[in-house]
Design a protein around this ligand. Structure first.
Ligand SMILES: [Zn+2]
Length: 305
């Protein structure tokens, strides 16, 4: 384990202190994780990023001053604000990006990435987080639905092309100023048509779609999901709420992992073999990974050695 950071493989080789799922429902969870015909979906939100030190930005830490006005995150993260003050919205996002860059994926992220690798095509991650930590932890982009976008990507605001482009590397630096520098200004314009690039994120005054945010795919995956693991999200936005409702209605098993009760807890408790686990994602997800067949096999081999 280099530099004290988690690597994707480490998590299944280390003995993690702490959490063991209650045996009464771990048997059913183990069965679902091991069944080649069972579909497993993980739904994540701000809580798992908070465990890596990323604030939600919905509170005062996300407020931004433009001239003599102070704007809330709900006002900054809008198409309307971008159309009025694109340079200010970019300044706000680039500031947030440096916070995301400084953060590292945690044991919860790595456990999800390892589940993705082990379960393959019967696994999907639906995440509300735009901080890129899941991809950095090793989740496959094909099986990760980033339903609110990714701060690491941009696209042309005028849509001369709908191709996504990575945020230029030179913008991913620790910033001394909240203002854009002249050199940064040009990097934030579309090489095709010269219009502003925009962050590839879903703003408060925009709608989910399939092309950018995998709306229909998320509902479709939910309608086939046998085990839904909810980690660190309280259900404040609409698509996650729909995903959970669809899984519940089809009789899927729901585990809600959150440090406090939330909108999904009751559904989880009343789903077949479901539960609401009041603990952190970084603690419980490795315990769930330990129930995956490949992890169990490796653990058994290690015991025999
Ligand atoms: Zn363009």
């Amino acid at each position: 384990m280099a530099g004290g950071r988690w690597q994707a493989g480490d998590i299944i080789h280390r003995h993690l202190p702490g959490y063991h799922l209650p045996p009464m429902f771990s048997a059913r969870i183990r069965q679902l994780l091991g069944d080649p015909g069972a579909r497993v979906t993980v739904l994540t939100g701000a809580g798992i990023s908070a465990e890596s030190g990323i604030p939600t930005f919905r509170g005062p830490e996300g407020y931004w001053t433009v001239g003599s006005s102070v704007y809330t995150p709900q006002e900054m993260a809008t198409l309307e604000m971008f159309n009025r003050h694109p340079e200010q919205v970019w300044g706000w996002y680039l500031y947030r990006f440096t916070v995301c860059l400084a953060a590292q994926p945690n044991a919860g992220h790595y456990a999800i990435a390892e589940m993705d690798r082990q379960l393959g095509d019967r696994f999907t991650l639906i995440t509300q987080n735009i901080d890129n930590l899941h991809i950095r932890a090793g989740n496959s982009t094909a099986r990760t639905f980033q339903i609110h976008g990714n701060i690491n990507l941009t696209r042309c605001a005028r849509e001369c092309t709908r191709e996504l482009q990575p945020l230029p590397e030179s913008l991913k630096v620790q910033r001394a100023s909240k203002e854009l520098a002249e050199s940064e200004y040009s990097l934030l314009h579309c090489p095709g048509c010269g219009a502003w690039l925009r962050p590839h994120v879903l703003w408060f005054d925009e709608y989910y779609d399939e092309e950018f945010f995998r709306y229909e795919s998320s509902i479709s995956v939910a309608s086939a999901t046998d085990l839904l693991i909810i980690a660190g999200t309280s259900g404040a936005t609409t698509l996650p709420g729909q995903v959970v409702a669809v899984v519940y209605q089809r009789g899927g098993t729901i585990l809600d992992i959150n440090i406090e009760d939330n909108a999904f807890s009751e559904l989880a408790r009343s789903s077949p073999h479901g539960a609401a686990v009041r603990s952190s994602a970084a603690t419980v997800l490795p315990a769930l990974l330990a129930l995956c067949p490949e992890t169990e096999e490796r653990t058994a081999v290690r015991r025999r050695d």
